[in-house]
Write a new protein. Sequence first.
Lengths: 158, 175
Amino acid sequence: MTPARREFVADGPPGESAAERRHRTLTELKRTVRHHPAVDIATGAQGDDGRFREREVTFDPLILGIDADRAALRIEWRPRPDPTDPAYFVFHYHDSTGRDFGWHREPNPHVDGLEHYQGRTAPDQEYDYEPTYFDSDSPVDLLWDILGRIEERVSEEL
Amino acid sequence: MSDESNRGTERWIEETSAFDRVRSVAFALQQPRTAGQIAKSAHVSEKTARDHLRRLVEMDVMLEETGEGPTTYYPDPAYMRYREVRTLAREHDRDELMDIVATLKGDIEKWREELDVETPDELRASVADADVSEEAVYERQKLAEDWEYTEYRLGLIKDALAEYDRLTTGPPTTA
């Protein structure tokens, strides 16, 4: 019996909080995304100043194969208090040519349900919203799937 | 995820080892999961996932629950917390950590003043007020989460400052 082997008892110490899960998950997303060849760096968004509430992933536009000067993905991960409820999230891509789209799971007045794609082709336009769905409950698996969707979407538009 | 959108998954498999993927999925679990469920998310066989998960349990970084149902795994919250504290100490000097403390405390102070509440729970309760629109309900919920998260992060940074020397210790130096 190893020290780590134990029962998750209901009357034990309080379970891991949603805040702890959020921090741990953002740390892991920051770590895994660095393996993507088009990813330059994963940092806090501008003005983060050590808050670590969301992550901004910066792409190398040349490796991503786009004509933009800057390209980035904003990541939010918001676990619900009950860990069996799917966490809310935002994976939103934007670049200096005006591409602006992302996959979100959060309350919104635009589609039935929480999960949706939203995108627009110019900063002065309204977003178009479409319902979507996600199969995986792993944030890491989800991130890599979305990185693939981003690559596909930016290459289609060339 | 739909089957046609697996370019990202292919990249993940090309760029990382099976162990990397199992560890990464395991460290980001949202609730206890079986080796089979972790294998599916990490795109490895169940046997591979189980072998790597057992190694992580032996390294004291994952918990293994062997109750009446199937064996499940979860990252050890105590280890994960220590890891965050250690990362803060290694990536920032003391002055930078003090600056982050000031920023986070400033945020909490601002929320208290602007929203006229003392705690995240009070903020959550305030959504029932008549003058809070439906759209503002989710915004307040998010702020309450950010507030709790900020308090959690403040705790991590305080621990990093308190144990700074211990957390940044290197190998012994030769005479």
